[in-house]
Design a protein around this ligand. Structure first.
Ligand code: COA
Length: 164
C-alpha cells in the first residue's frame, strides 16, 4: 500500500513507512523482538508487497518498533507488531498501532475491519489490542505448537475492530 508518512513523536522518535532498503534493520529488530522470528525472505516479501504497509519507529538511525499491515480483500490484517525489548512499556506499540489505523483510514479503509491473530499466552499483545478497541471474534483451540513438545498447543485468539 502506497503511504508516505513522517511523523515526529515525543522524545525524538520518528515514524515512517519502511521499504526494501530497511530490510536489514527490520530483520535485526524482528530477531530481537520475537522468540520465533520470521525468515529474512518473509520480511523482504512484506516490504515489497503492494498489498502490505510496513511502518517503523526510529530513534536516531535505529529502528526500534515496526508494524506490518496487510490488505486482504476489503479488510486489513495486523500481520506483526513489535517493539525492541529495551523500548517496551513506553507507549510505542500503542502509538504505532494508532498511526497504522490512521494510515488505513487515509488509504480508504474507513468502516472496514482490521483483524489480527495472537497466541492466547501473549498477555502484552492482547492487553495492547484490548486498549485499542479490538474485541474477540474467534478462538481456535490448539493452534500454536509450543517450543517444548510436551506442552499443549496454544489457542489462537482472533480479534477485530472497525477502522475509523
Ligand atoms: C506487544 C508489544 C508490541 C507491546 O509493545 P509496547 O510498546 O511495550 O506496548 P505499550 O507500551 O504501547 O503498551 C500499551 C498497553 O499494552 C499493555 N501492555 C504492554 N505490555 C504489557 C505487558 N508486558 N503486560 C501486560 N500488559 C502490557 C498495557 O495495557 C499497556 O498500557 P499501559 O502502559 O497504560 O499499562 C511488545 O510487548 C512486543 O514487541 N512483544 C513481542 C512481539 C509480539 O508478541 N507482538 C505481538 C504479536 S505479532
Amino acid at each position: 500500500m502506497d503511504y508516505t508518512v513522517t511523523e515526529a513523536l515525543d522524545q525524538g522518535y520518528i515514524v515512517r513507512a519502511l521499504h526494501e532498503a530497511d530490510l536489514d534493520a527490520l530483520w535485526i529488530l524482528d530477531n530481537a523482538a520475537f522468540t520465533s522470528p520470521w525468515a529474512k525472505s518473509q520480511l523482504q516479501e512484506e516490504l515489497g508487497n503492494p498489498q502490505a504497509l510496513v511502518l517503523g519507529i526510529f530513534l536516531g538511525e535505529t529502528l526500534i518498533a515496526a508494524l506490518l499491515l496487510r490488505q486482504q480483500a476489503d479488510e486489513a490484517w495486523v500481520f506483526r507488531v513489535m517493539v525492541h525489548p529495551l523500548h517496551r512499556k513506553k507507549g510505542l506499540g500503542k502509538q504505532l498501532m494508532k498511526i497504522g489505523l490512521k494510515a488505513l483510514s487515509t488509504l480508504g479503509f474507513t468502516g472496514k475491519m482490521l483483524r489480527l491473530e495472537v497466541a492466547e499466552n501473549n498477555v502484552a499483545a492482547i492487553e495492547l489490542y484490548k486498549i485499542l478497541g479490538f474485541a474477540l471474534t474467534r478462538r481456535r483451540e490448539a493452534y500454536y505448537p509450543q517450543q517444548d513438545p510436551m506442552l499443549p498447543a496454544l489457542a489462537a485468539i482472533e480479534m477485530a475492530r472497525l477502522i475509523p
